[in-house]
Design a protein around this ligand. Structure first.
Ligand code: TRP
Length: 344
């Protein structure tokens, strides 16, 4: 028996927006601009350079969880933690500049949210002695960040959001068994997406389900690509792609108009109108990332801490989208729910 919980979209959105973090300083990203609480007697003051690829609900949720946990646990670890948050604006050269300034300003640790941010941080920190903790990197080995998950080596470790591809497509088969072709929408420059798409193609080949690639370079391309794919395919699958996630509402609107399902790889993309996913909890992922940061700040070398891959996942379905396109989700939750979340 699956445990069913119906959540209102508002609750999800509130969680997604999460706790706020200290402000950044665009002109000098390495500067200590965070407002730290009064230092307890003897606490060591440390600065965390926090870089986030771009702002979209899931990455914002992760950042909120990281900063909340750091704040909660700093004192008991004998630390006063200042967080200097910078937004990479989805742009590689902006990311590189921010990370180079973190290094120049000798932050104590760099925390990087999402794969392209982590890649920029790893490059900038090389040889500097500054540890890097990545957060929500789907495939850290493929992304060239670590040699192995168990023994990262170098001065880097972090958390990974494994995508349960087979579970997502098993759910898709149950909800929409008539689907015989998928449009795959993703940015080919995101290694996180490429890793998931490779698994998806292998899986679909095995099921004799056809697929068409729909590449996007920026979020502005999502609408055209979505229309194109919806014209040719029975359904769309979007991997854990930051570019698509930042235009998810546009993709969802197009699919609802075409009355076709969009399966996605993150709960935030369901909250933004996608039909369904099976995915991890990004608040937990953020908290785990912060715990690794604290471990490093209290003396454990980053390269000796195994990457933590989140394996617990939940089914998440958008009830409004299901009603709009005529998909029966009654097996999973109440007919009138906005968002249905069921333990997988
Ligand atoms: N896993 C993604 C990466 O490696 C980052 C990510 C986290 C993400 N949550 C997401 C991407 C939700 C899209 C939607 O870059």
């Amino acid at each position: 028996m699956k445990k069913l919980t119906a959540l209102f979209l508002a609750v999800l959105m509130t969680l997604a927006l999460g706790a706020c973090s200290s402000g950044g300083n665009a002109s000098n990203p390495g500067a200590n601009t965070g407002s730290a609480p009064a230092a307890p007697e003897g606490a060591k003051e440390v600065t965390v350079g926090l870089i986030q690829l771009m702002e979209h609900p899931s990455l914002d949720e992760i950042r909120g969880a990281i900063t909340a946990r750091l704040e909660e646990k700093a004192a008991e670890n004998g630390l006063t933690v200042k967080v200097n948050y910078q937004n990479g604006q989805g742009d590689t050269s902006t990311i590189n500049t921010i990370c180079q300034q973190f290094v120049a300003n000798k932050v104590d640790v760099i925390v990087a949210i999402a794969t392209p941010a982590a890649q920029g941080a790893a490059t900038a920190a090389q040889g500097s002695g500054i540890p890097v903790v990545f957060s929500a990197v789907t495939d850290p080995v493929d992304a060239g960040l670590v040699e192995s998950l168990e023994a990262p080596g170098g001065n880097i470790t972090g958390t990974s959001d494994a995508i349960p591809v087979e579970k997502i497509f098993a759910l898709a088969r149950e909800l929409t068994p008539e689907v015989k072709s998928y449009g795959l929408i993703y940015n080919t420059s995101e290694d996180n997406s490429l890793s998931v798409i490779a698994q998806v193609k292998t899986y679909l080949d095995g099921q004799q389900i056809s697929y068409t690639d729909g590449a996007v370079t920026t979020s502005a391309d999502v609408q055209t690509s979505a229309r194109n794919l919806l014209g040719q395919c029975d359904a769309i699958f979007a991997p854990i792609d930051n570019t698509v996630a930042s235009a998810m509402a546009v993709l969802a609107d197009e699919a609802i108009q075409a009355k076709k399902p969009v399966y996605v790889a993150a709960d935030s993309m369901v909250a933004d109108g996608g039909l369904a996913t099976v995915g991890v909890n990004y608040t937990n992922l953020g908290s785990q990332t912060a715990d690794m940061v604290l471990k490093i700040l209290t003396g454990t070398p980053a390269g000796e801490i195994p990457v933590e891959v989140l394996r617990d996942n939940a089914i998440v379905i958008n009830g409004n989208t299901a009603r709009a396109i005529g998909v029966d989700i009654s097996k999973y939750g109440p007919n009138d729910a906005d968002i249905v979340s069921a333990v997988n």
